[in-house]
Design a protein around this ligand. Sequence first.
Ligand SMILES: Cc1ncc(COP(=O)(O)O)c(C=O)c1O
Length: 453
Amino acid sequence: MPIKVVYENEVEPPVLDELIASNKIRKFLRSDGWAIVGIDPIRGYGGIYTGAERRKPGHGTAIPPASNRDKKVPFHKPHITDDEVDEVLDAIRSGWLTMGPKTIKFEEKFRDYVGASNAVSMNSCTACLHLALKAVDLKEGDDVIVPAMTFTATAEVVTYFKSRPVLADIDEETLNIDPAEIEKKMTPKTKAVIPVHFAGQPCDMDEINDIAGSHNSYVIEDAAHAFPALYKYKTIGSYGDITCFSFYATKTLSTGEGGMATTDNDEFAEKMRILRLHGISKDAWKRYSAEGSWYYEVADAGYKYNMTDIQASLGLAQLEKSDWMWKRREEIALQYNEAFKACEELVTPHVKPDRDSAWHLYILKLNLDMLCINRSRFIEELKGRGVGASVHFIPLYRHPYYSKTFGYVPKDFPKSEHTYERILSLPIYPAMTYDDVNIVIESVTDVVGKFRR
Ligand SMILES: Cc1ncc(COP(=O)(O)O)c(C=O)c1O
């Protein structure tokens, strides 16, 4: 839903108060005590309003408080406003706390947004990946191909079945799984491939679907980072057999904890719907509602993976503004790209021309040959300048569990290994002000300037 932007010098103060009171424009309270009235996703923040005190807005630029220079820019801050608070209160006041009407509404709206036929909500993306593998009937002894560089959730779900996660190396440019590496790892035991849309950039889905199809394998997309992302002008959500999204606290749409599995396959959807709530047959959640019945049947040994209406209300409020939250992240990414492009010591993210990243993460690569510090020290230096940074991800073969259980060693994944040593993730979230972005840019360029060879 577009948000009306009102700059403070365009209206008289009493009119501004009236507009806020009547909910015609929105007020976003910031943790530093400032408030922003309206948000223009393209030009940035609108007028700034502090309640008792007012200042003239700088068109398109948030005016920072005087103390801003000492300000810290954390790696992540969720964007929670009165919209989320109101929706959650509505759920609590309704008396229906667990899965119910808001969860169903969230599923319907999410399904329509991504353009899939079905959306099945759960309490995490990990739960979605687990039930997606159940839906395709993964069995003990089967193999599932996953990228070598991902979060453990992508591979751990495979081990739930006593199946083997087979690691495939990445494409160094995009950080996504390399289709050529998938092809190399395919065997008659390969039941499925789980490509991860790394940092929000869609994988080469046409190539991956073709390879999997020619080996009778399923494709389960790990889209934990990829809401909303586009591949060949279509939203990620139904390219593979099942797509799994995460609504964890730091994700691009958050319900605190939560996930959604989307699919065009009605049978898979029905299987996941039943399994997410104890294997109870259809509409189990209606048991305690006025139109429900006490009678139910257990069709399978299921799980307690359902979403609650409290979580779904956060999701409903966030979904309404997901377009401009994405725009704002993209704007920050472009600002970083522009600022760092002249810096030979840095490599900015490469997004292929036929796709749009969700920009869940902004991953910078360091040209370590041109610096006299390593990546860890670079992150420490940023921390010293008040900027939070992180690393996504420590490759799976480097973790004791995967190396001991499956015998994986770094030398078998040269591209992941080379990439891992030099990546770091910078803050990128809609709650960042223009000033926050400038602080990050100044800090990164300052560290490079100080430690270049
Ligand atoms: C690539 C990837 N897959 C899956 C997950 C698991 O998501 P959740 O925490 O919702 O289970 C994450 C979480 O960070 C992730 O980064």
